[in-house]
Design a protein around this ligand. Structure first.
Ligand code: CO8
Length: 266
C-alpha cells in the first residue's frame, strides 16, 4: 500500500497509509516524553486527520521499542511556574479531549512504557492494544505532583476509584497483563505482533460506515455521563439520524443481496 509521510513535524511522524493515519511520537532517546513542541505537533496532527476525508482510522504509537510515552517531559517542569503548569495542563487536557472526541476511531498501539501523560494519552484513545512488554503507570506522585492530563479522572472511570487510587498513590508501574486484568487495555500481544494486530483491527474498522462509526462513538462518549433514561433517548435520536444516510440504504441492501457493503460516508 502507498504510504505518505506528512511534512513539517519534528518530534512526531504522521504517516498516511490509505484510510489509516499513523501518528508516531518520535523522541525515542527521551522515551517519547511529551514536550511542549510535541503537544503543538499533536494538536496539528489531530486537526489534520480529523479534517482529511481519506482518514477512517487513526493509530497513535511510540517510536522505538522501549516506550509509547514515558510521560510529560520532566526537564520542562524545572522552570515552570504554577500558572505555567496550569496553562500547560489545560492545553494537554484539551488535546486529549479532542482525541477522545475525534469523529473517527483512535487506536493506541502501546509499544512500551505508557507513564504519566503517556498513560493519560492512552486512556483518551478508543481502543488500546499493548505489547506484552509494556509497562503502565501514573508515577507523578514520585515527583511531588499529581496527574494533570486526566489521570485522576479517566483512570477512576475506567477501572474504579479504589484501583485508580492504588496506582496514583503508589506511583507504581504495572505490567500489560495486569493492566488488561484491570480493564485498562483491550488486548495484549507479543511485542513483534503489535502493529500486525493493530493493522488487522484498523482494517476491520476502516470498512464500516464512517457516519455510523461516528454516531456510535458519540453515543457512548456523550451518553456515558448522562442518566440512563436521557442517554437512551440520545441514542435513539442518533439511531434515527443513521437512517437518513445512504450508508444505511447500502448496508441494508448489501445484507439482503448477500454481498459485502461498500460504505461511502454519505
Ligand atoms: N521526561 C524527560 N525525559 C525522560 C522522561 C520524561 N518523562 N522519561 C525518560 N526520560 C529520559 C531519561 O532522562 C533518559 O535521558 P538521558 O539518556 O539523557 O539520561 C532517557 O529518557 C532514557 O531514560 P532512562 O535512562 O531513565 O531509562 P530507564 O530504562 O532506566 O528507565 C523509566 C525508564 C523507568 C521509564 C524512567 O525513564 C522514568 O522513570 N521516567 C520518568 C517517568 C515519569 O515519571 N513520568 C511521569 C512524568 S510527569 C507527567 O507525565 C505529568 C503529565 C501531566 C501534565 C503535566 C502538567 C505540567
Amino acid at each position: 500500500m502507498e504510504s505518505e509521510v506528512a511534512m513539517g513535524f519534528q518530534v512526531l511522524e504522521l504517516r498516511m497509509e490509505g484510510s489509516l493515519a499513523i501518528i508516531t511520537l518520535n523522541r525515542p532517546k527521551a522515551l517519547n516524553a511529551i514536550n511542549v513542541t510535541m503537544v503543538g505537533e499533536l494538536e496539528q496532527a489531530v486537526n489534520q486527520v480529523r479534517d482529511d476525508p481519506r482518514v477512517r482510522v487513526v493509530v497513535i504509537t511510540g517510536a522505538g521499542d522501549k516506550a509509547f510515552a514515558a510521560g510529560a517531559d520532566i526537564t520542562e517542569f524545572k522552570a515552570m511556574s504554577s500558572i505555567d503548569a496550569w496553562m500547560f495542563v489545560q492545553r494537554l487536557q484539551r488535546l486529549f479531549l479532542q482525541i477522545e472526541r475525534l469523529p473517527k476511531p483512535v487506536i493506541a498501539a502501546v509499544n512500551g512504557y505508557a507513564l504519566g501523560g503517556g498513560c493519560e494519552l492512552m486512556m483518551a484513545c478508543d481502543i488500546v492494544y499493548a505489547s506484552d512488554a509494556a509497562k503502565i503507570g501514573q508515577p507523578e506522585i514520585n515527583l511531588g505532583i499529581i496527574p494533570g492530563g486526566g489521570g485522576t479522572q479517566r483512570l477512576a472511570r475506567l477501572i474504579g476509584k479504589q484501583r485508580a487510587k492504588e496506582l496514583v498513590l503508589t506511583g507504581e508501574m504495572i505490567s500489560a497483563q495486569e493492566a488488561w486484568g484491570l480493564g485498562l487495555l483491550n488486548k495484549v500481544v507479543p511485542a513483534d505482533q503489535l502493529m500486525v494486530e493493530v493493522r488487522k483491527l484498523a482494517d476491520k474498522l476502516a470498512i464500516k460506515g464512517p457516519l455510523a462509526v461516528m454516531a456510535a462513538k458519540e453515543a457512548i462518549e456523550d451518553g456515558y455521563d448522562m442518566a440512563l433514561e436521557r442517554a437512551l433517548a440520545y441514542e435513539g435520536k442518533l439511531f434515527a439520524l443513521c437512517f437518513a444516510t445512504e450508508d444505511r440504504t447500502e448496508g441494508v441492501n448489501a445484507f439482503l443481496e448477500k454481498r459485502p457493503a461498500n460504505f461511502k460516508g454519505k
